[in-house]
Write a protein that binds this ligand. Structure first.
Ligand code: IMP
Length: 455
């Protein structure tokens, strides 16, 4: 049985808490795309675990796999593993031999390109982790893979080909002298070989590299349940999102198959759960038609939601932009991913507000749109068609979490029912606080499958 968990919006929907919760029913948790641009915070018994690369299921003692679709920064990977050790955990993390490696020059190039784009208003607002440049090299057939780190000569060979190209880009295209860089060693073959071959040694010694497809197939045949953990969100998917304000991978559910080597037909028999935040947040540039920024009253409201919801980037610390829930965006995500269930997080953050709104559609040049337009320019020109909901009061959410779904305020339930009817999927769980105990579960997708198959 497989369950795939996907962000339905722009990232930061609170996926980590669910992956952690349902990861408890899985044997293996697999990340299939992205790298250390993700930020998951898992809270367990008051202890906070901040993860950007290690699959969050590792906090629950599960096997965490970074699939071939991921881009892996070994510095981050080993830093995270070491700090989890310091926090008393012993995570079992495997990494696909075919996953691509983020090297220091990818980060430098990410920064240089963003700075250059800023002059022409084309900045994406990346996390600066080198994600885009690494996927470019993967598609350009000049990348370095995990398997290359474990053989020093192979690694040197790859770098000797690619480094002169990267140097030329920095010096000739961007007109930046390497000596002016903070980290000129990022473009030095021997310095890179020394550091990254040592990571290769650690990977070999710990036996953490896997042939991902075979590994998952073997474990699945043995009866293991697998949870696929999507990072980022559907609307920043490079194919289905708000291009070019996207990340360079596919956070949407289909990528679970390609980014892990798990058979499409096998995973199709599983569940795909879309994680939704009860409002919207966006890090970086790009359209946000429901953004609360038009009046000082709206800006105050956004600030209070930002503070209550802790809406500051886990990776970069940047304050996130805030908006009302956007149904056109969610309709598109439901369509692309084929959600079988939904989770709605952060309903507690909206409690006690004077008003709660949702964009039920957009208006563009006098026409009503049910899903977002394809171009950023058109999307920027969209006005939200807002629908008001009766606000719900601030209540004791811990108590409600304990009592279950029926104890939610009636207004909150109406809000959730509206989402179910628009997205044609049931709400499996509702997040009313950051701790694992503050998620109200109606359906566990792993059990859901069993009850269906036993009919
Ligand atoms: P990159 O993934 O660092 O290349 O950034 C590309 C875009 O995706 C930028 O707008 C980032 O802010 C956004 N992004 C990347 N990772 C996340 C995430 O985990 N949550 C929310 N936005 C993200």
């Amino acid at each position: 049985m497989t369950v795939t968990i996907v962000g339905s919006q722009l990232g930061d929907e609170g996926k980590g808490a669910l992956v952690d919760r349902w990861g408890g029913d899985a044997d293996i948790v697999v990340r299939y795309q992205g790298g250390d641009n993700a930020g998951h915070t898992v809270v367990e018994g008051g202890e906070e675990y901040k993860l950007s690369l290690v699959p969050s299921g590792a906090v629950r003692g599960k096997i965490g796999v970074l699939g071939n679709g991921c881009v892996v920064n070994p510095r981050t990977l080993f830093d995270e593993i070491d700090s989890l050790h310091e926090q008393g955990l012993n995570p079992d993390v495997r990494v696909a031999e075919r996953a691509h490696v983020i090297l220091p020059y990818h980060r430098v190039l990410d920064g240089i390109e963003e700075t250059a784009k800023a002059d022409s208003d084309r900045k994406v607002g990346t996390t600066g982790r080198g994600i885009g440049p690494t996927y470019e090299d993967k598609a350009g057939r000049r990348g370095v893979r995990i398997a290359d780190l474990t053989d020093e000569n192979r690694l040197r060979n790859r770098l000797e080909y690619v480094i002169p190209q990267k140097r030329a880009i920095v010096e000739n295209l961007y007109d930046v002298a390497l000596s002016e860089l903070e980290t000129p060693e990022a473009f030095d073959v021997e310095a890179l070989v020394k550091e990254y071959a040592a990571y290769g040694d650690r990977i070999t010694e710990t036996g953490m590299a896997v042939a991902c497809s075979q590994f998952l197939k073997r474990r699945h045949v043995q009866g293991d349940s697998i949870l696929f953990e999507g990072a980022q969100g559907s609307m920043i998917d490079v194919d289905h999102g708000n291009y070019p304000y996207v990340t360079s991978s596919n956070p949407t559910a289909g990528a679970a198959v390609v980014g892990s080597g798990f058979g499409a037909a096998v995973s199709e028999s599983g569940e795909v759960v879309g994680i939704i935040k009860a409002y919207l947040s966006r890090v970086g540039e790009g359209p946000l038609p429901t953004e609360l920024d038009a009046t000082s009253r709206e800006r105050d409201l956004a600030e209070s939601i930002r503070d209550d919801g802790g809406e500051f980037g886990t990776v970069t610390g940047r304050p996130r932009r805030i908006g009302w829930l956007d149904i056109p965006m969610l309709r598109h995500a439901a369509n692309v991913n084929g959600f079988t269930g939904l989770v709605v997080n952060h309903v507690d953050v909206l409690a006690g507000l004077e008003q709660v709104k949702i964009a039920e559609a957009y208006e563009l040049d006098g026409q009503r749109l049910e899903t977002p337009p394809v171009t950023t320019e058109e999307w920027l020109a969209c006005d939200p068609v807002l629908r008001s909901f009766e606000p719900w009061p601030a209540v004791n959410w811990r108590e409600i979490a304990h009592e279950g779904y029926e104890a939610l305020p009636a207004q909150t339930k109406s809000y959730l029912e509206y989402l179910e009817s628009e997205l044609e999927a049931s709400v499996y769980a509702v997040g009313v606080g950051p701790d694992r105990t503050e998620t109200i579960e109606r359906v566990n997708p792993f059990n859901q499958h069993w009850s269906v198959s036993s009919l």
